[in-house]
Design a binder for this molecule. Structure first.
Ligand SMILES: Nc1ncnc2c1ncn2[C@@H]1O[C@H](COP(=O)(O)OP(=O)(O)OP(=O)(O)O)[C@@H](O)[C@H]1O
Ligand SMILES: [Mg+2]
Length: 258
């Protein structure tokens, strides 16, 4: 990947979000152990690993919702380890949450508009972004419904719409496709690709849907017990039997081999 000229340009221009050797412990649980992760613009990086591997903790540390005990977070070469989430947002970082953070009493459309307004868009532009995103994320039919009435899967995609409404440079998605019917996964994959291809953003995608992760990601990093177990492109990760044993399970290994 180092020989991809476009990516090398991006790296030199400093348009990179980087966690460098971050560690974080909670009451004796070592959630992260010297994890280094780089996210460049115009790429989709998958972050996978079993439950409790440290994925959400890493997203929290990258977005300012938690601070590491050791290590640093850098944006375009600047140390942002102690910046608030709000300040990071103003510099183009957005995220989705594994658990709902929508305004339940506001309508679905208002939730997206509020996110756009918060990033500096005018009223008309906020409305345009909301309508566009709700359409692309198959949420238009719920535009006028209170966000609190959405199903779990629809609520996840509302979180994605809210994050994208800020037109981020980097967006970190924590299990955005959980609860999504299998038939709707291809449309969701297209949205994730468009964030990279049309908006030039860097996307970090956490998901347990391996088909989705393998299909859309340029690179994948695997966490296990808070440490990086493997890194590579989807083909390399698929071929890595250590990863398969730790995460995909023996049945997946047998299925792959058959
Ligand atoms: N605020 C917290 N207080 C105490 N322990 C925590 C806290 N946050 C995370 N942990 C612990 O840190 C470890 C990593 O948790 P994390 O939520 O990052 O895992 P994950 O990879 O996102 O898992 P999942 O796939 O279930 O979402 C787990 O053992 C978890 O119980
Ligand atoms: Mg998690």
């Amino acid at each position: 990947m180092a020989d991809d000229p476009q990516r090398e340009d991006t790296r030199r221009s400093g348009a990179t979000l980087r966690a460098a050797s971050v560690s974080r412990a909670f009451d004796g649980v070592q959630a992260l152990r010297e994890v280094t992760l780089e996210l460049h613009r115009k790429e989709i990086v998958g972050l996978i690993g079993p439950n409790g591997a440290g994925k959400s903790t890493l997203v929290n540390v990258l977005t300012g919702f938690d601070y590491p005990d050791a290590g640093t977070v850098e944006l375009a070469g600047r140390c942002i380890t102690r910046w608030s989430p709000h300040r990071r947002g103003r510099h183009g970082l957005a995220r989705t949450f594994q658990h709902s953070r929508s305004f339940r009493e506001l309508t679905v459309r208002e939730n997206v508009e509020v996110a756009a307004l918060g990033s500096g868009a005018g009223v008309r532009e906020a409305r345009r972004r909301a309508d566009d995103l709700l359409e692309r994320l198959s949420l238009t039919q719920y535009s006028s419904a209170p966000a609190g009435s959405l199903s779990h899967g629809d609520e996840r995609r509302l979180g994605v719409a809210r994050a994208l409404a800020t037109e981020p440079r980097f967006v970190l998605m924590d299990e955005p496709a959980a609860g999504l019917p299998e038939a709707e996964v291809p449309d969701f994959a297209a949205v994730v690709r468009s964030v990279r291809d049309e908006h030039g953003a860097g996307v970090l995608l956490i998901d347990h849907n391996m088909a989705l992760v393998m299909e859309v990601c340029d690179r994948i990093q695997v966490l296990d017990h808070g440490a990086t177990l493997a890194e590579g492109d989807p083909r390399e990760i698929r071929a890595n039997l250590d990863v398969a044993a730790a995460y995909l399970g023996d049945s997946a290994v047998h299925e792959d081999a058959s």
